[in-house]
Write a protein that binds this ligand. Sequence first.
Ligand SMILES: Cc1cc2nc3c(=O)[nH]c(=O)nc-3n(C[C@H](O)[C@H](O)[C@H](O)COP(=O)(O)OP(=O)(O)OC[C@H]3O[C@@H](n4cnc5c(N)ncnc54)[C@H](O)[C@@H]3O)c2cc1C
Length: 340
Amino acid sequence: MDAEVNDGDFRWVIIGQGLAGTCLAWTLWERGANFVIVDRGTGGSSRMAAGMVNPVTGKNFEPSWRIADFLPEMREFYTTVELRLGRKLWHPLPVLRLAGSAKEWRKITSKLECPVGSPWSAVEVPAPDGWVGAVAVQGGGRLDTQAFLDGSREFFTQHGRYQLGEFSSSGKLGEIRCEGAAGLLTGDYGPHRCAKGEILTIRATGWDQSHIRIGAGGWLVPQGGGVFKVGSTYEWHDLDELPTAGGRVRIEEIASRLGGAAFEVIGHDAAVRPILRRSQPLIGPLEGGGWLFNALGSKGTLYAPGMARRLARWLLDGAEPEPEVDFRVFLAHARQDDSR
Ligand SMILES: Cc1cc2nc3c(=O)[nH]c(=O)nc-3n(C[C@H](O)[C@H](O)[C@H](O)COP(=O)(O)OP(=O)(O)OC[C@H]3O[C@@H](n4cnc5c(N)ncnc54)[C@H](O)[C@@H]3O)c2cc1C
């Protein structure tokens, strides 16, 4: 079905209701702007993501890019939407980072000092059996992504701002492309580095639900009521949304290591992370007309609110953001690299 969009009534058309499109819609709503969201209602990575926000990530235990700016902005954003929707969305949770080897532990302990005034902190805690060391990182947590997306869709539907359907471009100035990997995989925005990921939803009784656990190359995120999301895999070749037997085995290993042997798999999903360069999002006008908001990578929960605010200021006030998040700057560098 092609969605019908009346350009006379709606100035901005947000294409895609994942984390990017939904955060932008709330930001435009708060600013009193005229918009409609068009979404195909299936697929995409936000629908199955774990909603985790971990301030210090990766093998190298590095603070996420510009965490001091985006973390406070993110918390404020989700708590404001909670008030609008009358339901809890943001669940602060400490992150237990577990080191499985002496080398990994040395790397982590060499980076425990964080700058004064930082929105996160990390302290050494006793390591559970089978681990060399552990730190508890404060400042992160979990977004109930499903409740955020579903509640927002209901809200905007009630206010006549949501249409279910496939949007095909008319190249109009008011189109804002928040299509996630579905957009990047078309190749319209240059070479991408999208990565498929699989995730299991499991039920386990008696497991610790007070912490997100990170270690063994994966993570375990409590969802409440004895349910956990556990992941994930990275795959750069078969960029589809199909769960695989191999992916399941790999994630079951992570679950066993982080939680224990006894669990029941109640869901298995796959999606593609939208990546242009690491997990650094990009916004900006497109050469053929319209705007882009994409490339949230593995960290859409953290970056979507702050990027939505920057894009709304650009659309409504003409205030350009920092060059490092400007899609035009990214594209110019990519073309320079190509011509070398
Ligand atoms: C396994 C896995 C686990 C993850 N876990 C986390 C996590 O714990 N924390 C975190 O922060 N991030 C996580 N991520 C990353 C996160 O999912 C992404 O950063 C984020 O969801 C991207 O949001 P988006 O809105 O850009 O794209 P999407 O969520 O893909 O949304 C795009 C939307 O646009 C729609 N669409 C596209 N084209 C059209 C069209 N032509 N017409 C109509 N609709 C269209 C799609 O149907 C979709 O609804 C995870 C990703 C994966 C794969």
